[in-house]
Design a protein around this ligand. Structure first.
Ligand code: T46
Length: 133
């Protein structure tokens, strides 16, 4: 699917513990906001929306979870389970997050501050939006 990309985060291996680093060239946007999902019950479902302008980079800092992605034509499910592999989601992609493992943490780097008007939270509205854009 276009508008999504799995990106490897450079890692510095060390017997004292590994270090992964995200510098500005890795992402196609300037980070304006950072948030994270934690203490997520395993039967919980998050997302269920798309964004009009927002770029986001999701990193499974701990544990694992599934991300279902829809662009109005195709659908893809990606399991994120490595803190050195993140998922870039560009605008116009519906996302649903589920199957969170115990203790999982999802870190999100975002291109804009929080702005509710950027969300499309209705799936039918999303389908019309992608058809017309
Ligand atoms: C996304 C997935 C991966 C804020 O006040 N500021 C924020 O930065 C965010 C992200 C949320 N909120 C408020 C809005 C809602 O009242 O927190 C509440 C929960 O947000 P939401 O239901 O959108 O949470 P998720 O986990 O379903 O979705 C979030 C992001 O909103 C979304 O952009 O892609 O994580």
């Amino acid at each position: 699917m276009k508008n999504i990309e799995l990106i490897e985060i450079p890692k510095i291996s060390d017997p004292r513990g590994n270090l992964a680093v995200i510098e500005k060239d890795i992402l196609p946007f300037k980070i304006q906001r950072v948030y994270y999902l934690f203490d997520v019950p395993s039967d919980s479902y998050r997302g269920g929306h798309a964004h009009k302008e927002l770029y986001q980079f999701l990193i499974p800092l701990a544990g694992s979870f599934d991300v279902v992605l829809k662009d109005g034509i195709t659908e893809e499910k990606i399991m994120l389970n490595k803190p050195t592999k993140g998922l870039l989601i560009k605008p116009g992609v519906w996302r649903e997050l589920a199957n969170f493992s115990s203790g999982s943490v999802c870190l999100v780097l975002a291109s804009e501050v929080y702005f509710e008007a950027d969300y499309i939270r209705d799936y039918q509205e999303f389908l019309s939006y992608v058809k017309n854009n």
